[in-house]
Ligand binder design. Structure first.
Ligand code: ZN
Length: 354
């Protein structure tokens, strides 16, 4: 016979108010015996249970996170992304959600945790199919529908830069801001928009995706610009990303270095690397000035590998202000993502409102 505290483990709070007549005690004992032993060891009556699960589907890894109702982290897991295999990718996400629920505890009121998934692409509203994914095996697949069916609950998918915007607007660098523009300056460059903490997708699914607009205020030597994988030339992404920085440095100096190597060389006093970073900053400033003149967001948040560069936050306000319509100082804070690399998975969890 189990001790009394263990009898309480799987009883919804409302059940505890019932008088314990002989019949209900027998029923509770029966429920207890059917539960897996490992879960009885992990949970206590006061332990919070998973309300939200966020999944960040990356090209090489899938990260999952379970949050309780207050947004505190309960469990986090990471697995490799199956390469070029859509069905295996779906199975991996489903397995990850199940593992997170097991580790964090199922909701005590019987409601399954909500599931949001950040994807390297977008879901077109009219078709429900994935587009613009650099993990090409996702393209034209009904990922949101397949995950919803497999997990027997509605699942929301959103672009990873939109997840960054939602995460930072919820409890990050832009907490409480009405309109947030978020940029992932990583290997590539993506933009996302959150309005009142909620993702803004748009009928074409490309809200915030200004990375494939042309670099604004381009100089003669920047035209027509490098070819982009999207089919155009001179896209913002082909200039202001880790890849773009490396290509620009190679074009100007003839030396092949990666983005992090250029940053390290500049810090060590290499004048050519420093000049490459100055060009990068100027281009990021121009690209963001275009955003400010269009949207005038309350906060601009930067995430991704290049967002770790401290100098960006010192230099960007003046560089953006140079192209601000009507002039004057920039009133928009430009901030580093508070949750860093975790913002993608946190934002995915917050795709479902409270
Ligand atoms: Zn492009």
């Amino acid at each position: 016979m189990q001790s009394l505290p263990r009898l309480h483990l799987y009883i919804a709070p409302s059940r505890l108010q019932f008088p314990l007549c002989g019949f209900s005690v027998e029923l509770i004992v029966d429920m207890e015996i059917k539960e897996p032993h490992e879960r009885t060891e992990q949970m206590s009556p006061l332990q919070p249970t998973a309300r939200r699960i966020g999944i960040d589907l990356g090209g090489t890894k899938i990260e999952g996170l379970a949050l309780d109702s207050a947004g505190a982290e309960l469990a986090r897991l990471r697995i490799p992304t199956p390469q070029h295999d859509y069905a295996a990718t779906v199975r991996s996400i489903v397995g990850l959600v199940q593992q997170l629920e097991q580790r964090a505890g199922l909701s005590s009121d019987g409601k399954p945790a909500t599931v949001g998934v950040g994807i390297p692409g977008t879901i077109v509203r009219a078709t429900g199919l994935v587009k613009n994914a650099n993990s090409i095996w996702l393209i034209d697949q009904p990922l949101e529908r397949d995950l919803s069916l497999a997990l027997t609950r509605p699942v929301r998918c959103a672009n990873d830069a939109n997840c960054l915007a939602v995460s930072e607007a919820t409890d990050g660098a832009a907490a409480g801001a009405e309109l947030v523009f978020a940029v992932i300056l990583g290997t590539g460059c993506g933009g996302g928009i959150a309005v009142n903490g909620q993702v803004r997708v748009g009928p074409n699914g490309v809200s915030g995706e200004w990375g494939h607009n042309p670099l604004p205020w381009a100089t003669a030597d920047e035209l027509p610009g490098p070819p982009c994988y999207c089919g155009q030339r001179g896209c913002i992404e082909s200039w202001i990303s880790g890849t773009g920085l490396a290509s620009d440095h190679r074009r100007v100096t003839g030396h092949t270095l990666t983005g992090p190597q250029i940053v390290a060389a500049a810090a060590a006093g290499d004048a050519a690397a420093e000049a490459s970073l100055v060009r990068l900053e100027d281009r990021v400033g121009r690209a963001l000035a275009g955003v400010v003149n269009l949207l005038d967001p309350d906060v601009i948040v930067l995430g991704g590998g290049l967002s770790k560069l401290d100098r960006l936050y010192a230099h960007l306000p003046a560089l953006i202000a140079r192209h601000l319509f009507g002039g004057g100082a920039l009133a928009t804070p430009v901030l580093r993502a508070k949750h860093g690399d975790a913002s993608g998975v946190r934002g995915a969890a917050w795709l479902w409102p409270a």
